[in-house]
Design a protein around this ligand. Structure first.
Ligand SMILES: *Cc1c(COP(=O)(O)O)cnc(C)c1O
Length: 353
C-alpha cells in the first residue's frame, strides 16, 4: 500500500508541439489560423475597463451566449460557453455519458474523445471508418450510451452533409449525439437546422480555428435548453467562473464582425484548394478537405520521413503514429507565402531523393 495507490492515473492527450515561433519557423501543426482576429477585437481589448478584473465574471458568459444565440438564431438558453471546445466537450462527456452502454465514435477522429472517456470511466467503442475514411452509419446501429461525430472529421478533413448527420441523430432518439463542428466554417454543411427538430442533438463549436482565438480559449455548445441546463449544472458543480471577463468581451467583438470573418475564411479556403493542387503535382494525394488543413499521403515517400525532413527546415506539420494513418501528414493551411515555402521545400526534398 502506498499513498500513490489512490492517485488517479491517466494517459493524457498529446497536443501538437508549440515551438517558440521565431525567425523563419512555419507552424502548420495545430490548425491555428494564420491571420489575426478581427480588428474589432483589438478595439474591445482597449475598451475593457481594468476595474472589471476586480469582479467575478458572469457565470454563464451571458453577453457572449446572447451574442452567439442571436448570431445562430437560437435562444440564449440553448447556448453553453466554455474555455475552448475542449472544455465544452469534456463537460459534455461528463454530463451526457453517465450510462452503462458504450459511447460510440470513429476509430480515426479527434484523439481527445478516448482520453475523456478514460478519464471519466465511460465505456466506449471506436467504430472503424471505411477504407475511404468515411463514416458508415449502419455500423452505429447497436446499443449505445451516446455518439460523437466530428464533422468535418479530424484529422481526415472529410465533411458529411446535414442529411447524413440527421440519419444518425434520427436512428438514435435515446442517445445524445454530439456533433463537433470545430472546422465547419471552412465549407462544410452545418447541422444547426436540426436543432429545431431533435432534442438529443448537441453541436459544439470553437473560436480557436476560424476566429483566430486559439490562445484566448473560447468554445460553445448549442442544444435544446434541457441539455444546456444539464451542462450548466455539471459546470456549476466544478467551477462557476470558467470564462474570464476578457474572453467574454473579445468573443462578443469577434461574433459582431461578420464581414472580416467571411473574408478571412474565403482566403484560407482559396489557399487550401490551391495547395491541394500543388501537392498533387508533387505526387501527394489529399483527402477532399472541408477544413483548414489537408490530410496528405505521398505515393513513394513515407510520411514520417517527410515530417522529419520538414522539421529540419523549420516547418512543423502533424504526423500521427497511429494505425491506418501512419503514412499521412496533416498540414494546416497557412498564408500563401507559408504555403509557397512548404511547396518549395517539398519539391527540393523530392528532387534530391
Ligand atoms: C481543435 C479541435 C478542438 C478543440 O479546440 P479548442 O481549442 O479546445 O476550442 C475540438 N475538436 C476538434 C475536432 C478540434 O480539431
Amino acid at each position: 500500500m502506498s499513498y500513490f495507490d489512490n492517485v488517479r492515473q491517466v494517459t493524457p492527450y498529446v497536443p501538437g508541439e508549440q515551438p517558440v515561433v521565431t525567425g523563419d519557423l512555419i507552424k502548420l501543426n495545430t490548425n491555428e489560423n494564420p491571420y489575426p482576429p478581427s480588428p474589432k477585437v483589438k478595439d474591445a481589448v482597449e475598451a475593457l475597463p481594468i476595474d472589471e478584473m476586480r469582479l467575478y465574471p458572469n457565470t454563464t458568459a451571458a453577453p457572449l451566449a446572447e451574442a452567439l444565440a442571436a448570431y445562430h438564431g437560437l435562444r440564449p438558453e440553448q447556448v453553453f460557453v466554455g474555455v475552448g471546445s475542449d472544455d465544452v466537450l469534456a463537460t459534455c462527456f461528463l454530463t451526457f455519458f453517465a450510462g452503462k452502454d458504450p459511447v460510440l465514435f470513429p476509430d480515426i477522429t479527434y484523439y481527445f474523445y478516448d482520453v475523456w472517456a478514460e478519464l471519466y470511466r465511460i465505456p466506449y467503442e471506436r467504430i472503424p471508418l471505411d477504407e475511404n475514411f468515411r463514416i458508415v452509419p449502419d455500423d452505429y446501429r447497436k446499443k449505445n450510451g451516446g455518439i460523437v461525430i466530428a464533422n468535418p472529421n479530424a484529422p481526415t478533413s472529410i465533411g458529411e452533409p446535414m442529411d447524413f448527420i440527421e440519419g444518425i441523430v434520427k436512428d438514435h432518439p435515446d442517445s445524445v449525439v454530439i456533433v463537433d463542428e470545430a472546422y465547419i466554417d471552412y465549407g462544410g454543411e452545418t447541422s444547426l437546422p436540426l436543432l429545431q427538430k431533435y432534442k438529443n442533438l448537441v453541436i459544439v463549436r470553437t473560436f480557436s480555428k476560424s476566429r483566430s482565438f486559439a490562445g484566448m480559449r473560447v468554445g460553445y455548445a448549442m442544444a435544446d435548453s434541457k441539455l444546456i441546463e444539464a451542462l450548466n449544472s455539471v459546470k456549476f458543480s466544478i467551477n462557476s467562473y470558467t470564462m474570464n471577463c476578457t474572453a467574454i468581451a473579445y468573443g462578443v467583438a469577434s461574433v459582431q464582425d461578420e464581414p472580416y470573418f467571411r473574408e478571412m475564411i474565403a482566403k484560407i479556403v482559396k489557399t487550401r484548394d490551391k495547395t491541394a493542387e500543388r501537392l498533387a503535382s508533387l505526387g501527394f494525394t489529399c483527402l477532399p478537405s472541408q477544413a483548414n488543413f489537408l490530410f496528405a499521403t505521398h505515393e513513394t515517400v513515407p510520411a514520417q520521413e517527410i515530417f522529419t525532413y520538414l522539421k529540419t527546415k523549420n516547418i512543423y506539420v502533424r504526423f500521427f503514429n497511429k494505425p491506418r494513418i501512419d503514412n499521412y501528414l496533416r498540414i494546416t493551411i497557412g498564408t500563401d507565402e507559408q504555403m509557397d515555402r512548404l511547396i518549395e521545400t517539398l519539391s527540393g526534398m523530392l528532387e534530391n531523393r
